[in-house]
Design a protein around this ligand. Structure first.
Ligand code: PLP
Length: 394
């Protein structure tokens, strides 16, 4: 049976070039980048070169790149590293749990000793309106955090406009760019942010490694203390193979933006989407009121299917060789409908009956053909059996 992976927003496989770049750093060049002997120097050189690549990726200075363990750490660092008791924090109700749970923890000590957070809701199309961010600002607001691309819908947020607001009002601005990195033109100066988190495994790099842009002069307290690694901003022996892999993935991602790969991916996604929408009782999550799609990451579509359970469709498609996700994979196991879709105003049944198709940049026409063959079969079969269809499920 053919296997088609359409869950790239959960994670991606290494590209062969990434594996090859990393390979020597596990065995031959295994040194600790802090050691002064040859082995250490080899590791240090690899980390320095990777930092230069990441500085090009972010469009920042080398000294503004901090390697860490990925998106969760970057998101947590922005919140725990910048906010103090009594501060006010603005984020959105469609962020990843790495932001939402960190905000919850900061609230713990009550209104005076904790950090109060305003969660700005999206429009029905999944977009955050910058004027809602502006309206939420108070004298004690210290940080705004908004994601670049939503992991469930792919909707791209107006970070440049929010960056302008943050800079004009003297508030720090963090972007969770985990799902946007490698998929759209990237430039932290244009975005106007002070902090920006990315993760290698969402862009064909290894898991457990990421980087954060920290604008010079941003007074961030490190999450981890110990050695003087990463200019005292993140203690811990550098994950040299991971750092090399992240930089290689970022380099390849920069090429993909230039060589038409991302454009081709958007066309494939549009064909997939149009094919699925031929089924009755379906629609896209992430369209404006006039029915037009809003700007989205090229690889993602999120589609609702009336009269069925999303989880059942995920399982049925898995049995037919297609890997997709209902809601965010980071919440897998949870039966609650997606907080993102609920925030966009979907009712519980429709949110539960939604699926995310997120394509790898190596996706092919044949992958789309296969998915377009098996999705209608699975949907028809489940609808024939469905208690939702029979009206027995509230
Ligand atoms: N932010 C977003 C938008 C994500 O989609 C994810 C992972 O799904 C994360 C943060 C967490 O990243 P990591 O898996 O590198 O910890």
């Amino acid at each position: 049976m053919r296997r088609v992976y359409m869950d790239a927003n959960a994670t991606t496989p290494l590209l062969p070039e990434v594996m090859e770049a990393m390979r020597p750093y596990w065995m031959e060049h295994f040194g600790n980048a802090s050691s002064i002997h040859l082995h250490g120097q080899q590791a240090r050189k690899a980390v320095d070169t990777a930092r230069e690549t990441m500085a090009r990726f972010f469009n920042c200075h080398d000294a503004e790149v901090v390697f860490n363990s990925g998106g969760t750490e970057g998101d947590n660092t922005a919140i725990f590293g910048l906010l103090h008791p009594g501060d006010h924090f603005i984020t959105t109700s469609i962020e990843h749990s790495a932001i939402l749970e960190a905000a919850k923890r900061m609230a713990r000590h009550g209104p005076k000793n904790g950090v109060e957070t305003t969660f700005v809701a999206p429009t029905a199309s999944g977009l955050i309106d910058p004027t809602d961010i502006l309206r939420a600002i108070r004298p004690e607001t210290r940080l705004i955090s908004v994601m670049l691309a939503n992991n469930e819908t792919g909707v791209l947020q107006p970070v440049e406009e929010i960056g302008k607001i943050a800079n004009e009002t003297g508030i720090f601005f963090h972007i969770d760019a985990v799902q946007g990195a490698g998929k759209i033109e990237f430039d932290v100066r244009r975005f106007g942010c002070h902090l920006c988190s990315i993760s290698a495994h969402k862009m064909h790099g290894p898991k457990g490694i990421g980087a954060m842009f920290v604008r010079r002069g941003t007074p961030i307290e490190p999450l981890l203390v110990g050695g003087s690694h990463e200019r005292r901003q993140r203690a811990g022996t550098e994950n040299v193979p991971g750092i090399v892999g992240l930089a290689k993935a970022a380099e390849l991602a920069m090429h993909s933006l230039d060589d038409g790969t991302i454009y081709r991916l958007a066309q494939l996604r549009d064909r997939l989407e149009a094919g699925i929408l031929e089924l009755s009782g379906t629609g896209v999550n992430g369209v404006a009121a006039d029915g037009k799609a809003v700007a989205r990451a090229a690889n993602t579509t999120n589609i609702w299917f009336d009269q069925l359970e999303g989880e059942a469709l995920v399982i049925a498609l898995d049995l037919k060789g297609v890997s997709v996700s209902g809601g965010s994979a980071c919440h897998s196991g949870a039966t609650e409908p997606s907080h993102v879709l609920m925030a966009m105003g979907l009712d519980k049944n429709r949110a539960r009956a939604s699926l995310r198709f997120s394509m790898l940049k190596t996706a092919t026409e044949a992958d789309v053909d296969y998915v377009l063959r098996v999705v209608p079969e699975a949907v028809e079969h489940l609808r024939a059996l469905s208690p939702v269809a029979a009206g027995t499920l509230g």
